[in-house]
Structures are given as structure tokens and as C-alpha cells.
Design a protein around this ligand. Structure first.
Ligand code: NDP
Length: 296
């Protein structure tokens, strides 16, 4: 393997350490404990694992964790009433509604009912608009984690050619906005993109957020490029259930300058950035200085 491995697990531990330090300072100097409320509707097993992990890490960095588990058949009115209560609770600085929601609930309506300043997932339409216009916002956690790793590896990203494969609202689009904000020349590729291999071969930075196992082979990667693999795909290999990314790691690592592995790359950064966003939201709510390096 020629590429430098970008160790998301180690980086996430560093971010959590910075968050914990800031939380300790907020407690000592201001008597404030940041609080994150996570709302889970229904019993989707993957969502339950994520919510448990979020709650555990929230407590580990010294913040208060409030978990609200609602029945799968909870009405929209009841869910909106809970969000309204959390919006008005001064001990709650961040609110996250775990997606996906059961089909009878309108996700857009629910997300847009969260107070934008407490929207630590960064999915509220106001935060999307603020990010798009280069203003201070809550930034979606996964793209924020990718940006932090890219900045850490390169320093300045200015003038680099970046390709984001995928145009979802939670990863692809905000990732492209963040790279543009750091003065990359950005191409957003998707399922209708013509000659994707050629588009990817021109990029100094490749962010793959597609959801197709090992779709990007090494010979699409420009020599020395940085590859950020957001994909999380579970496949059967040699009779085992394994996690792989959207990039064929082995062949891409032969050509890339740096690459994130799956698992252990972008994944751990997502929850670390959720904690970072919560401490940022807490500081903003109390007109206090924000922690440096934990926001876009
Ligand atoms: P979506 O399914 O919402 O979006 C996938 C995107 O990939 C779409 O824009 C789609 O294009 C594009 N796409 C699909 N097929 C192709 C193709 N053959 N060529 C080019 N583009 C294609 O996925 P998400 O953005 O939510 O997630 C992407 C991946 O990232 C998933 O594996 C997911 O599990 C993972 N993920 C990981 C996170 C983490 O913490 N590490 C967090 C969030 C997601 P089109 O719009 O044209 O359909």
C-alpha cells in the first residue's frame, strides 16, 4: 500500500478529547453542562445501535444525554409536541431525531420543527440555507468529519479539484458546499453522470458517498489523490459478513496519496462531530466563545 492511511478512529478520539476539555471548561467557568436530546421513533435495530452509541459517547465527554424512545405508531402531533418541549428546554442544546422515521411521519416537517440553533444534525432548511450562503450554521456531521480530516491532512484545500460522488442532502450536497467554502473546484457526480471514471481521474480529492460496495476501483484514482470513503456497505465475503466502503480499498490505496479505511475512517468521525456540534450549539446559546477547530 502506497497511500497514507487517514485514521478516522484516532482522529475522532482527538475530537472527543477536545470536546471533553471544552465541556469541562463550560462546567467549571460557566456552570453550564451541554445537553443532547436524541429522539428515536420505533425499533429499527440499526437506529437503536446508533442511538445507544451516541448516548454513551455523549456521557463520556461529560455532557448530559436525554434519550426519548417513542413507539413506532407515535402520531406526528405527539412527536412535534415533544420537539416543541425540547426546543423550549434550556438544558437541551442539541436535538437529534434519528432517521429514518416510520413511513407515516413526514421527515421534512419533523426536521424543520427543530429549532435551527439546536439542529445538531444540520438538516433544518435554515441551516442548509446558511451553509449554502456561507454563513454560520450547524453543519451536517458526516461531511464536517470529512472536512476536518481533509484540512488536517492538507492544511489548505484552496484550488484543489474535488469530486463528490453522491448528491444526497445529508452527505453529498453539504460536502460539496463545504469544499467550495474551502475554495476547491467542486464537481458533484451522481447516477446520471457521464463518464464517471474520467471525472474521478481528474480529482485531487475524491469523496465517495454512494452506497454501492467497492464501486470506485483504483484505476479511477489519480496518482497521489486523497480519497475519503463515506460508504458503509455490509457484504458477504469468504463466508463472512464484512463492512466495505464505496471504494475498492486495496487497489485505490496503491494509487492514492492518502485514503480513509472502512471501517475506521469516516464512520467514527460522524458521532464525534455530533458531539462537537452540541458543544458549539451550547456556546452559541450562551454567547460564549466557540471551541476552535470543531466547526466549519
Ligand atoms: P443516498 O442513497 O441518499 O445517495 C446516494 C447517491 O449516490 C445518490 O446521489 C445517487 O445518485 C448516487 N449514486 C448511486 N449510484 C450511483 C452510480 N452508479 N454512480 C454515481 N452515483 C451514484 O445515500 P447517502 O448519501 O445517504 O449515503 C451514501 C453512503 O454513505 C451509504 O453507504 C451510507 O451508508 C453512507 N453513510 C455513511 C455515514 C457515516 O457516518 N460514515 C453517514 C451517512 C451515510 P442519484 O441522486 O442520481 O440517485
Amino acid at each position: 500500500m502506497a497511500a497514507t492511511l487517514i485514521d478516522g478512529k484516532a482522529f475522532a478520539a482527538k475530537v472527543r478529547g477536545q470536546v471533553a476539555e471544552h465541556v469541562a471548561r463550560l462546567k467549571e467557568q460557566n456552570g453550564i453542562t451541554p445537553g443532547l436530546a436524541v429522539v428515536l421513533v420505533g425499533e429499527d435495530p440499526a437506529s437503536q445501535v446508533y442511538v445507544r452509541s451516541k448516548g454513551k459517547q455523549t456521557v463520556e465527554v461529560g455532557m448530559n444525554s436525554y434519550e426519548h424512545k417513542l413507539e413506532a405508531d407515535t402520531s406526528e402531533a405527539d412527536l412535534l409536541a415533544l420537539i416543541d418541549q425540547l426546543n423550549n428546554d434550556p438544558s437541551v442544546h442539541g436535538i437529534l431525531v434519528q432517521l429514518p422515521l416510520p413511513k407515516h411521519l413526514d421527515e421534512d416537517l419533523v426536521i424543520n420543527s427543530i429549532a435551527p440553533e439546536k439542529d445538531v444534525d444540520g438538516f433544518h432548511i435554515s441551516n442548509v440555507g446558511l451553509l449554502g450562503t456561507g454563513q454560520k450554521s450547524m453543519v451536517p456531521c458526516t461531511p464536517l468529519g470529512c472536512l476536518m480530516m481533509l484540512r488536517d491532512h492538507h492544511g489548505s484545500l484552496s484550488g484543489m479539484d474535488a469530486v463528490v460522488i453522491g448528491r444526497s442532502n445529508i452527505v453529498g450536497k453539504p460536502m460539496a458546499q463545504l469544499l467550495l467554502g474551502d475554495s476547491c473546484t467542486v464537481t458533484i457526480a451522481h447516477s446520471r453522470t457521464k463518464d464517471l471514471p474520467d471525472v474521478v481521474r481528474r480529482a485531487d480529492i475524491v469523496v465517495a458517498a454512494v452506497g454501492r460496495p467497492e464501486m470506485v476501483p483504483g484505476d479511477w484514482i489519480k496518482e497521489g489523490a486523497t480519497v475519503i470513503d463515506v460508504g458503509i456497505n455490509r457484504i458477504e465475503r469468504d463466508g463472512k459478513n464484512v463492512l466495505v466502503g464505496d471504494v475498492d480499498f486495496a487497489s485505490a490505496a496503491e494509487r492514492a496519496g492518502a485514503i480513509t479505511p472502512v471501517p475506521g475512517g469516516v464512520g467514527p468521525m460522524t458521532i464525534a462531530c455530533l458531539l462537537a456540534n452540541t458543544v458549539t450549539a451550547c456556546c452559541r446559546a450562551n454567547n460564549l466563545a466557540e471551541p476552535e477547530g470543531l466547526t466549519a
